[in-house]
Design a binder for this molecule. Structure first.
Ligand SMILES: Nc1ncnc2c1ncn2[C@@H]1O[C@H](COP(=O)(O)OP(=O)(O)OP(=O)(O)O)[C@@H](O)[C@H]1O
Length: 633
């Protein structure tokens, strides 16, 4: 293991045969050697240059050792993370790729209806009593009326992790109008639902994963009267975002991946921006008044988070996964809602697509060769997130009232069909026990791997801190620069400015730098490879997504050029005052979004449009492992 800062010693051989021990921390008091040395009689030195060379060599060695140590710690972290992913995936496979939960809405204080409750919750079952008959419906999980939003999210979190790990995920809220679908998905300011929690957790979980870097983007669309409407599409002549009445085309590529032509995709770099865009889209959604709900959703509202995962193991390529969060339109019979005219048509369209969704799930259950995805836009859009290797979570919402019993039974019948989509669903008690045992074992493995990862991350942080300190010391002692006053660093001159260094000028500079810098500052073959694959990757991405990636790659290039640059050294000095690890927190920084802050630049593209937000103060949010100095050259 590496030695902590407090334990760092610099041993200097003296002419009188003694060895001068410097026991003070390298980073905290870099001048202490000089102080002690200056107290000795200079004539005692055999050769000052020899001593200095030796000291320099030792420092260089220490830096190289630390880099090696960090590299091997990262490998360990990667393999533990791989174990964690495998265990999680196995757990989700055992639990079932299509899981069905039920949530019973509480009685609302505003509701004047009778409160006789025909349904009761028993463990993972819901019992429906009506006119002397008793029916039982089993679910993977039941949320009773007192269940809070946190309880629901606790069940969503594992599949969110799975989405970050690279699987397509689909969370669907199903149920009659007014049973709480929107409440579960969106929630309120006091009790946020799944979507805001997912958005927050995305940034949190991805910041913990130092084996990869992530970018996220959001798209929102509505399936309205059988056509698709882009909820984030900007109107060219207006500052207000309203969905144009358009019908988007759905394309499926040779690998079965679904892409929606012209759908706006907005890169989201932090939680605040993500929420801002989500609220924009939400406001455009079609709602209307019905007998059952004052603001009844008249469409299916689909929120897609695209997760781009860049890992060293992926050779610079992005692994893309989709996370769909779907607030389905109300499933009620049309007479009950008192719908007429347009609202009646909307209700019919909702029911047709819900029925198509049921057919798709039923076909998946029977493992039929033909799955009727094409029968509705809803199932076409979700095609690659409902089938193989995807994780589906359906939350069936029901009302607690007796007069809604007919609708409740319909919803339960739909859920039963969906639940049976998993083979071996009806397991014997013995098999259930075995299943539970296996899940506990895997959960234990996952926990161990997570704890191991956490421990290694702490070690990496310490080693990186030590490495930075040693590098600063090296620069200070052996690459002295002019005073900071001569090259003042104003707050505007942040790292982002360095990233715009023109690539053309790099070659010459790079040659010069590599010939004069110490070994530890030279680019390794791997780091050069990483840089060039990242470059290739950027060119293969949609234009508007390039800006982020470009800045990360150029950071490598420009930092490498400028390591010997005086300004960069001064930058290093100023950065001394703050912890470099705090930079990761900026990912969820408090950036205020409004129309003027975010300037959508919709680029004409064959597939999806992407809006890259132009942050006036762009922040560099590179993961730590990308900032190793050897990588920067
Ligand atoms: N679990 C709950 N706890 C407290 N209030 C709830 C809960 N579920 C629903 N509500 C309240 O019930 C009302 C109707 O809920 P909501 O609008 O979410 O229904 P919905 O199923 O989305 O309806 P629609 O299909 O018409 O959009 C809202 O006022 C909501 O706040």
């Amino acid at each position: 293991m590496f030695v902590s800062t407090e334990e760092e010693h610099i041993s200097l051989p003296l002419a009188n045969g003694k060895v001068l021990e410097n026991s003070s921390p390298i980073g905290s008091n870099p001048d202490s050697n000089e102080d002690e040395l200056s107290q000795e009689n200079p004539s005692n030195f055999m050769d000052v240059n020899v001593v200095q060379e030796d000291e320099k060599f030792q420092l260089e060695q220490r830096i190289l050792n630390l880099e090696g140590e960090i590299g091997s710690l990262r490998n360990k972290e990667r393999s533990l993370d791989e174990k964690r992913r495998e265990a999680l995936n196995k757990i989700l496979d055992i639990k079932g790729c299509i899981r069905v939960f039920s949530r019973v809405r509480p009685f609302l204080p505003t509701d004047k209806r009778r409160t006789h409750q025909p349904i009761s919750v028993e463990s993972e079952k819901i019992v429906v009593r009506s006119g002397g008959s008793r029916k039982e419906f089993e679910f993977d999980k039941v949320f009773h009326q007192e269940a809070i939003q946190e309880d629901v999210f606790a069940e969503v979190e594992p599949i969110l992790r799975s989405a970050i790990d690279g699987h397509n995920v689909c969370i669907l809220a199903y149920g009659q109008t007014g049973t709480g679908k929107t409440y579960t998905m969106e929630g309120t300011t006091e009790s946020p639902g799944i979507i805001p929690r997912v958005l927050q957790e995305l940034f949190h979980l991805s910041s913990l994963d130092s084996s990869a870097s992530f970018t996220f983007s959001i798209s929102m669309l509505e399936v309205y009267l059988g056509s698709l409407r882009d909820l984030l599409a900007p109107r060219p002549s207006s500052r207000t975002y309203t969905a144009p009445r358009c019908n988007l085309n759905i394309q499926t590529d040779s690998k079965g991946s679904v892409e929606i032509d012209g759908l706006t995709e907005v890169e989201i770099s932090n939680f605040t921006k993500a929420t801002w865009w989500y609220n924009k889209g939400r406001r455009v959604r079609s709602t209307s008044w019905t007998n059952v709900n004052e603001t009844s959703s008249r469409s299916h509202c689909l929120t897609r988070i695209s997760i781009y995962r860049y890992g060293d193991a992926l050779g610079g390529k992005a692994e893309v996964s989709k996370l769909w969060m779907v607030d389905l339109g109300g499933s009620e019979r049309l007479l009950k809602t008192g719908a007429i005219g347009q609202t009646l048509d909307e209700g019919r369209a909702i029911n047709l697509s819900l029925s198509a969704l049921g057919d798709v799930i039923a076909a998946l259950r029977r493992k039929r060769g033909h799955v009727p995805y094409r029968n509705s836009k809803l199932t076409q859009v979700l095609k690659d997130s409902l089938g193989d290797k995807s994780k589906v979570l359906m939350l069936v919402h029901v009302s607690p009232y007796e007069e809604d019993l007919g609708e409740t039974t319909c919803s339960f019948t739909f859920a039963k069909r969906a639940r049976a989509a998993e083979c071996n669903r009806e397991l014997s008690q013995e098999s259930k026990k075995l299943r539970e045992k296996r899940i506990s074992e895997l959960e234990e493995q996952m926990k161990e791997a997570e704890e191991g990862c956490q421990e290694i991350r702490t070690q990496i942080q310490k080693a990186e801190f030590l490495l930075t300190e040693n590098k600063k010391l090296f620069v200070k002692k052996y690459e002295p620069i002019e005073d900071e006053e001569t090259f003042p660093i104003t707050p505007k001159e942040n790292i982002a400015e360095i990233t715009v260094t023109p690539r053309n000028s790099e070659k010459g500079l790079k040659t010069k730098v590599t010939s004069s810098v110490p070994r530890f500052m030279s680019a390794t073959v791997a780091s050069r490879q990483r840089e060039s694959t990242a470059e290739r990757e950027i060119h293969s991405r949609p234009k508007s997504l390039r800006s982020w990636a470009r800045s990360s790659t150029q950071l490598s290039g420009s930092q490498s050029n400028s390591f010997s640059d005086r300004r960069f050294k001064a930058q290093l000095r100023t950065s001394n005052k703050r912890s470099r690890y705090s930079e990761t927190n900026t990912i969820a920084g408090d950036i205020k979004c409004d129309d003027s802050d975010i300037k959508p630049s919709v680029l004409p593209q064959p597939q999806s449009k992407t809006i890259a937000s132009s942050d006036p103060k762009p922040r560099v949010t590179l993961p730590h492992h990308r900032r190793r100095m050897s990588d920067l050259l």
